[in-house]
Design a protein around this ligand. Structure first.
Ligand code: HEC
Length: 144
């Protein structure tokens, strides 16, 4: 049995052109792995939003009870009154805005923070891509 396997291996090596000495071992495994990655299911809006949130996470935490950073914690933000969280020093502009964070208001704010609430302090240039804003808001809605 041992000899039969050795013979089979020798035939296989010969089929490769006899360059077995230089060939890296296990050379065929990565090709199989690449095929599996390519077949991953498409991401949901929430998943895409979670990835897009990386650029918000420089300033904002998203988990319940996490501390405010440069910006306030955003857990439960959808449906909340704007500028009202304890322990965060909001700008006068945001604190006095009288806004509720409906999806519509969030969309306008994320698109153009300064244009939507003049004088607020969120130093974010804005996300001009409507689909990406929708993905971000889908993710924000999961924070509850
Ligand atoms: C450079 C830091 C920074 C980045 C990046 C940033 N924010 Fe902010 N954000 C702030 C600050 C600061 C405030 C408070 C502004 C004020 O008081 O005027 C704020 C406020 C907010 C509020 C209002 C919170 C409340 O309690 O009323 C929301 C919603 C928000 N940000 C969402 C986002 C989202 C979504 C992103 C990413 C697309 C983002 N922010 C990116 C700094 C940032």
């Amino acid at each position: 049995m041992k000899y039969a396997l050795a013979a089979a291996a020798a035939v296989a090596l010969a089929a490769c052109g006899g360059q077995s000495d230089d060939a890296p071992s296990g050379g065929t495994a990565p090709a199989g792995a690449a095929i599996q990655t390519a077949e991953a299911p498409p991401a949901s809006p929430e998943d895409r939003g979670r990835r897009l949130f990386n650029e918000c996470a420089i300033c904002h935490t998203a988990k319940q009870g996490d501390p405010h950073r440069v910006g306030p914690n955003l857990f439960g933000i959808v449906g909340q009154e704007a500028g009202k969280q304890d322990g965060f020093a909001y700008s006068q502009a945001l604190a006095d805005s009288g806004l509720v964070w409906t999806e519509e208001n969030l969309d306008a704010y994320i698109e153009n923070p300064q244009g939507f609430i003049r004088g607020n302090r969120m130093a974010y240039a804005g996300q001009r891509d409507a689909e990406r804003r929708a993905d971000l808001i889908a993710y924000l809605k999961t924070l509850k």
